[in-house]
Design a protein around this ligand. Structure first.
Ligand code: NAP
Ligand code: ZN
Length: 366
């Protein structure tokens, strides 16, 4: 019997000058807006001046709040929420990579509820403030997902706030904003998008609808990938990767992620390896496992990426980066145990034993 579900409440405006062409949409959410950014990229990408022009055109009031950290720690989010609360915004605009968009999702929730951390992990809360998301990486797809990934220093891990209430209202995806990314950031974030597309395609929670997004996203990714291997991106390639990132978000919004993300979070937390790279280091070994577990789907994904054989893909992919870590058997056992407790591993098809996870880490990192 066929049962399908898919929910996507985000209004997506994709393409060059997306903000300028759709500035009227901001009027739907009030007159006072807090613009949330990281450090420099909101201005550097050109997104900040575009949004300020749109707000001014609408006769709205704004204040800029900078300072979201990468892989935002909960304390950082709490601190920014109290500062923004003094301004009493009607709605929020997040400009940045996944870190800023995720922090803004959590801030939106804290602003309408008590300023207590516990609210982030509860299911019962007052609706968050409306959020407009403007990604400057291509990337996380966070502009269309119901997740906010925060760093929990008490639990020494990354944790996901997950609720259909935290979807942004509007996503302005302008590929121009990704042109200011340096080569390494472009590769790391593109590999995160690839990881979402592959993990989402293979996930237990995948269905016919999410598969459509995953396959189309893999097609976009293969159009953008030559620039990653050449080391310089054309305009068209940047546009394709922005679309791949969006489609990755549309996929994992339904499917969630799997074992790669579960293991990758520890590499980011303990070794400060950027999120996309942490996933990417594990992808080749993960694909070997998927070829055994879901051979037809794995071949279909590889074919969509333009590869006949898994080894051809793996040889190409190895060129993007490599990293050797000195991990003891005890450390590996610790990461495996941590990952085994996650819902991401439960969402991975096949028999994901401690041995399988340890083997993936060993073949990827040692
Ligand atoms: P990021 O952590 O948001 O940003 C990394 C760095 O890139 C920052 O220093 C940022 O600078 C800079 N940057 C961003 N855009 C730039 C641009 N256009 N030009 C130059 N520099 C730029 O990176 P990310 O990979 O996009 O996000 C990673 C986070 O998202 C992780 O915490 C991950 O767990 C999370 N994530 C969330 C989801 C979800 O569904 N919610 C999915 C996947 C990943 P500034 O500080 O100046 O902005
Ligand atoms: Zn990711």
């Amino acid at each position: 019997m066929l049962e399908l579900s898919y929910y996507m409440p985000v209004k997506i405006c994709f393409g060059y000058a997306a903000v300028e062409r759709n500035s009227h949409l901001l009027k739907n959410y009030g007159t006072r807006t807090a613009i949330i950014t990281g450090s420099l990229s909101a201005a550097k990408s050109g997104a900040l001046s575009d949004i300020v022009a749109a707000i001014n055109k609408n006769g709205q009031t704004f204040q800029i709040f900078s300072g979201v950290k990468n892989d935002p720690p909960i304390e950082n989010v709490m601190q920014m929420a109290s500062e923004i609360n003094l301004f009493k915004p009607d709605y929020l605009i997040a400009i940045g990579g996944g870190s800023v968009i995720d922090a803004a999702k959590a801030i939106a929730l804290l602003l309408t509820n008590s300023f207590k951390e516990e609210i982030l992990w509860q299911k019962d809360f007052i609706k968050p403030l409306p959020l407009i998301a403007i990604p400057t990486t291509a990337g996380t797809g966070s502009e269309v997902t119901p997740y906010a990934i925060l760093t929990d220093n008490k639990l020494k891990t990354k944790r996901s706030v997950s609720s259909e209430e935290i979807y942004p209202k509007v996503a302005f995806c302008d590929p121009f904003y990704t042109e200011s990314m340096a080569k390494e950031l472009t590769i790391n974030t593109a590999v995160d998008a690839l990881s979402h597309l592959l993990e989402g395609f293979f996930a237990k929670r995948a269905n016919n609808i999410s598969d459509l997004y995953a396959l189309k996203g893999l097609e976009f990714w293969s159009e953008g990938a030559p620039g990653l291997f050449r080391g310089e991106m054309s305009k068209n390639e940047r546009e394709s990767l922005m679309a791949a990132s969006l489609f990755g978000g549309l996929t994992i919004a339904k499917t969630g992620t799997t074992m790669v993300h579960a293991l990758g979070y520890s590499l980011t937390y303990d070794y400060k390896i950027p999120h996309g790279k942490a996933n990417g280091l594990l992808l080749n070994a993960y694909l070997d496992f998927m070829l055994k577990t879901l051979p037809e789907k794995t071949k279909q994904a590889l074919k969509t990426l333009g590869y006949q054989k898994i080894t051809e893909f793996q040889d190409d992919f190895k060129q993007l980066f490599s990293e050797k870590l000195k991990l003891s058997t005890r450390e590996i056992a610790f990461y495996v145990e941590k990952a085994l407790k996650t819902s991401n591993v439960v969402n991975t098809p096949g028999k994901v034993s401690a041995f399988v996870l340890a083997d993936i880490i060993e073949r990827s990192l040692l």
